[in-house]
Design a protein around this ligand. Structure first.
Ligand code: AMP
Ligand code: GLY
Length: 416
């Protein structure tokens, strides 16, 4: 069996690890992969967004499965194109990936299907947006419509900040075309929980709940990032909440997408806020989260390849999906300057001395045989234990020997 994995971050290293552990013993390829994935797969120098070259490779090599992990190729329709070529692809088609790639679409969808979310309005011109702001209390949330690497969200504390946020998106193009339409929404309060679920378009199989930490610095300070660490399971997520979310959010979402003629297959990511009025959706993503995947997949006790095939074939209801009864914690080691500009190509040392944890590579590369930094989030250190405090302690102990110039991490992952 041959599998092509699209992507090259920490999430993909965790996915590659789970695929490599399959009873099908697949031969793995990754595009573009990274230095960690290269230990499990043959890395192809093809960008995840280069759909033509990826499809050419697939036609020539006829993989049994293409696993599309990142948001961009999903939004661009890589799964649609592979299906047209008769190649099995894991992930939603572009018309379902819109749940992530357009906040205007996802908010309208939730409104139509009565899925609880923050009250909102959308705007495609700045005069109307600014006029609306005058009628609203602060804090208030301003979001760019399209994909913005999880960074297109501003929580404005004052009317001035709100106005500046709208102008930076709509007039100055801070998020490019993604900001030409904005969503302005009510600011919700409460703990955040992420629930990922496998779905074949009909059946929803939630994974254990997790939580990531999006701000760059300790105490939830600093700019939003792709995610600086994660824990699983989330202590906030009780069985009662799980039942309520299944009834009011998860199943209605999958049923609604099917009713819209946009059946969602793959992994759906529910970013939830546990508000005083009950759980509400902050956002959907159309894929595994990063770094959430680095704490979820190590707990999977079933064969990921079997799950992928059941998801594609619509037979998820017949497949038991089991999880280990453990806790996992992941701490991200990032390049100095991230999420702003940062250096690349700095030597990484100390990985040989890491014990009792898994090192997932995110932004790494090999230069003349030596491991160097190649991105903002460089490594994710994941440790497991019987409970969360021990998993966190193990992760923080394990990362001590690791070094690269400018390296930083959050010291309060998992402290809620
Ligand atoms: P998003 O990219 O939509 O997940 O937003 C990034 C982060 O902004 C979320 O993880 C929340 O912490 C915060 N956020 C987004 N929308 C809201 C909202 N309506 N109320 C409060 N916080 C929000
Ligand atoms: N960690 C957030 C995301 O993957 O979108």
């Amino acid at each position: 069996m041959t599998i092509l994995l699209i992507g090259g971050g920490g999430r993909e290293h965790a996915i590659a690890t789970a695929l490599a552990a399959s009873r099908h013993k697949p031969t793995l390829y990754a595009a573009p992969g990274n230095a960690g994935i290269a230990q499990l797969a043959t890395c192809l120098p093809i960008a995840a967004t280069d759909l033509d070259t990826l499809c050419d490779w697939a036609v020539k090599n006829q993989p049994d499965l293409v696993f599309v992990a990142p948001d961009d190729p999903l939004a661009l329709g890589l799964v649609d194109r592979l299906e047209q070529l008769g190649i099995a692809a894991f992930g939603p088609r572009a018309n379902a990936a819109m749940l992530e790639s357009s906040k205007v679409f996802s908010k309208g969808f939730m409104q139509q299907y009565n899925i609880p979310t923050a009250a909102y309005a959308t705007f495609d011109n700045e005069e109307d947006a600014l006029a609306y702001l005058k009628s609203q209390p602060t804090p208030i949330v301003i979001k760019a419509d399209g994909l913005a690497l999880g960074k297109g969200v501003i929580i404005a504390q004052t009317p001035d900040e709100a106005e500046a946020a709208v102008l930076s998106m709509m007039r100055d193009g801070a998020f490019g075309a993604s900001g030409s339409r904005v969503v302005i929404e009510e600011c919700m309060t409460g703990p955040e929980v992420t629930v990922l679920a496998f779905t074949d378009g009909t059946t929803v199989v939630p994974m254990p709940a997790s939580q990531d930490h999006k701000r760059a610095f300790d105490g939830d300070k600093g700019p939003n990032t792709g995610g600086m660490g994660a824990i699983c399971p989330s202590p906030h997520y009780t069985p009662e909440l799980a039942e309520r979310c299944m009834k009011t959010i998860f199943q209605p979402t999958i049923d609604g997408m099917a009713a819209e003629g946009r059946p969602f297959k793959g992994v759906i990511y529910f970013g939830l806020m546990l508000t005083p009025d009950g759980p509400k959706v902050i956002e959907y993503n159309a894929r595994f989260g990063d770094p959430e995947t680095q704490v979820i997949l190590p707990l999977l006790d079933s064969d990921l390849v079997d799950i992928c095939h059941a998801t594609i074939n619509g037979t998820l209801a017949d497949l038991p999906v089991r999880w280990r009864n453990s806790a996992a914690a992941c701490v991200v080691l990032a390049s100095g300057g991230y999420p702003g500009s940062y250096a690349k190509g700095l030597p990484i040392t100390g990985l040989d001395e890491v014990h009792n944890a898994t090192v997932y590579h995110a932004g790494t590369a090999l230069k003349d045989g030596a491991l160097v930094t190649n991105g903002g989030r460089v490594l994710g250190i994941t440790a497991l234990a019987d409970n969360l405090p021990e998993a966190l302690a193990n992760a923080y102990t394990a990362l001590r020997p690791i070094h690269f110039d400018g390296m930083f991490c959050r010291h309060d992952i998992g402290r809620l």
